[in-house]
Design a protein around this ligand. Structure first.
Ligand SMILES: Cc1cc2nc3c(=O)[nH]c(=O)nc-3n(C[C@H](O)[C@H](O)[C@H](O)COP(=O)(O)OP(=O)(O)OC[C@H]3O[C@@H](n4cnc5c(N)ncnc54)[C@H](O)[C@@H]3O)c2cc1C
Length: 332
């Protein structure tokens, strides 16, 4: 399997993680430059439906790596299964989404094969001699570093959520063949007994799945004013989110925070309302397809990454915008 890119997709409780599709889009972008073949693998127990879902994408082959020992995620069994599979298939590149789960097992997997891992990658390009160079952020996104592998393949790379667009993952003209691989995980390998998956809070919202996000910052001034932004989010059918000071103040729950210490999102539309655009915020939302910023300061850094900017007082703009959205919806 020389010159193959292997995408390890992530599934949980019968659902493919959205960032897995972004990783397929990344693989397709790399394949367009290199001509390499793309295959994908998903692991778990009883995962045929997810393998079939993956097979709809433009891939040469999909592997369903199955074992009852992989029913609930834990790192030892996962690493044993993937190490054997990757060792046998010998792909050139192994791409994974940079999820919490992948962060948990990927270093053990890469070092188990005496290889290194370039993590949390946001892009790639071809360097000297056609070598693949990967870009990753450092120091809270203040610097971007170009990194390449000096070791032999397989090369392990994880992609940051939002670095590529999942909806750009190309579908195949026909379904890719699916092969079920029975993983053998020797007794005694698994040293952990997984407990029920951690759920952040009862009302926790997964903003990574939201298509429209209205996000408020310190410009909103008081907790009660958040209602203005909520009204706009409701009119648009979107979710409300915030910069860190808003969540630190307890004005919105922590699971609504966007940024380096909050969630990383890539919605179709991100409205930044009264947010200055600090780097720690931007790293969490710059993957949005369209960014609209409303800020009274024309010099606010948020305008550097905004697709559309409104310089003005949010207290004037939000009610008008909400009204217009409602009117447009009523008319359509
Ligand atoms: C280790 C670390 C991790 C961090 N993690 C995060 C993170 O995950 N997420 C995050 O968001 N931040 C994070 N921060 C904080 C970050 O550095 C900024 O302090 C924060 O993002 C600023 O929030 P803000 O834009 O809401 O507030 P401000 O920077 O105070 O900006 C408020 C903006 O509102 C505008 N404004 C004021 N009044 C109005 C009005 N009436 N109409 C229109 N505009 C108005 C102002 O012009 C200003 O631009 C982190 C910091 C550190 C050190």
């Amino acid at each position: 399997m020389a010159d193959t890119i292997l995408v390890i997709a992530e599934q949980r409780e019968g659902k493919l993680n959205r960032v897995s599709l972004e990783t397929i889009a990344a693989a397709q972008a790399i394949a367009a430059e290199t001509g390499w073949t793309i295959e994908a693998a998903v692991f778990g127990n009883g995962i045929a439906a997810m393998a079939t879902e993956l097979a709809a994408k433009k891939l040469a082959k999909v592997y369903a790596i199955e074992s009852p020992k992989l029913a609930s995620y834990e790192p030892d069994g996962t690493v044993a299964a993937l190490k054997a599979f990757i060792g046998q298939k010998a792909p050139k590149l192994v791409l994974m989404p940079h999820t919490y789960q992948v962060r948990d097992f990927a270093p053990q997997l890469a070092t188990g094969l005496a290889r290194t891992l370039i993590s949390d990658v946001i892009g790639f390009h071809k360097g000297d001699g056609g070598k693949l160079v990967f870009t990753r952020q450092m120091f809270q996104g203040k610097f971007a570093a170009d990194v390449s592998f000096a070791c032999d393949p397989p090369h392990f790379v994880t992609f940051q959520a939002g670095a590529f667009r999942g909806d750009k993952a190309e579908a195949g003209s026909s379904a890719a063949p699916v092969e079920t691989v029975a993983a053998t995980i020797a007794d005694g390998v698994v040293r952990n007994q997984p407990e029920a998956p951690f759920k952040e809070a009862k009302q926790a919202v997964d903003l990574t799945q939201a298509e429209i996000i209205v996000s408020v910052g310190r410009g909103i001034k008081e907790q009660k004013n958040i209602e203005l932004a909520k009204a706009l989010a409701d009119a648009l059918g979107g979710e409300i989110a915030a910069s860190r000071p808003i969540c630190d103040a307890g004005w919105l729950p922590m699971d609504r925070q966007i940024g380096s210490s909050g969630q990383t999102v890539a919605p179709k539309l991100y409205l930044a309302v009264g947010i200055s655009g600090a780097i720690q915020h931007i790293v969490g939302m710059k993957g949005a397809r369209s960014i609209i910023a409303i800020n009274k300061d024309a010099e606010a850094p948020i305008f550097e990454i905004a697709d559309f900017g409104v310089v003005g007082n949010l207290f004037d703009i939000l009610p008008l915008l909400t009204e217009e959205v409602k009117k447009a919806k009523a008319g359509s």
